[in-house]
Design a protein around this ligand. Structure first.
Ligand code: PEP
Length: 259
């Protein structure tokens, strides 16, 4: 049996400039150290906008904060004529541990296809970043009862061509689109149903050992009031938090979900 360290990840989206980022990270680390948070037991990651990463890196290194951080996206390419894009190579050099890939806002607003998402997952791994692959269905798919099939299909496409060792480094975040930023939260049993199905699919595609190593997160209107019940589910190994990660006290309460 694998002991999967819970991962609490805060996706800031397009919020907080680099000065605000420094303030938030400092306050977060003070709040968590005051509360005696055990960073060995629960991993905490933040996903600031690209322009904040250098400041976050400096702060984390200077104060030896036990926080990790990552980018919200990356290019499938390594370098070259891709105006406006950011290479995984740059993110690694800035000390990023993770990178979000295929967030539903990228899939809808930037029309990212499953094929692009797959290339980004591969690029992340090649640059030593842990991809946090986001999958999940929209409301119509859920209402048609096709949510499991749809979400498993997105994951299958994204891991195409990856070895078992590569997949073991992956984190998969189940984020039903209808629950993102809407205040609508999937029930703990919905999160468990999907995470169980994702793990079973990984077992089919790879093997039981690999499937047991992959961390599966739930995301969609997670708050301090609902996090504990979600994380009590057997196959849910963490949460991806949007809105609530911008408020220090709220995010710190989420991180301390057992208290
Ligand atoms: C997200 O953007 O990944 C997310 C889960 O957002 P929110 O928590 O605001 O629903």
């Amino acid at each position: 049996v694998y002991d999967r360290t819970p991962l609490i990840a805060g996706n800031w989206k397009m919020n907080l400039d680099h000065l605000e980022a420094v303030t938030l990270v400092q306050k977060l680390s003070w709040t968590l150290s005051d509360a005696d948070h055990d960073f060995e037991r629960v991993e905490v990651a933040v996903f600031p906008p690209f322009t904040d990463l250098r400041s976050v890196q400096t702060l984390v290194a200077a104060d030896r904060l036990p926080l990790v951080y990552g980018g919200q996206d990356l290019s499938p390419e390594t370098s070259g004529a891709y105006t406006g894009d950011i290479s995984g190579q740059f993110l690694s050099k800035l000390g990023c541990t993770y990178v979000l890939v295929g967030h539903s806002e990228r899939r809808t607003i930037h029309a990212e296809s499953d094929e692009v998402v797959q290339r980004k997952v591969k690029a992340a791994l090649e640059h030593g970043l842990g991809p946090i692959l986001c999958v999940g269905e929209g409301l119509e798919v859920r209402q048609a009862g096709q949510h499991v099939e749809h979400t498993l299909g997105q994951m299958r496409a994204a891991v195409d061509g990856l070895s078992a060792d590569q997949v073991a480094d992956l984190v998969v975040a189940y984020e039903p689109v209808w629950a993102i930023g809407t205040g609508e939260v999937a029930g703990p049993e919905d999160a468990q149903e999907m995470c169980r199905a994702l793990r079973a699919e990984l077992e089919d595609l790879y093997d039981a050992d690999t499937a047991a190593r992959v961390r599966l997160l739930y995301g969609g209107s997670v708050k301090s009031g609902n996090v504990a019940s979600i994380l009590r589910e057997r196959d849910v190994d963490g949460v991806l938090v949007g809105g609530a990660s911008l408020e220090v006290d709220e995010f710190a309460s989420i991180v301390r979900f057992e208290h």
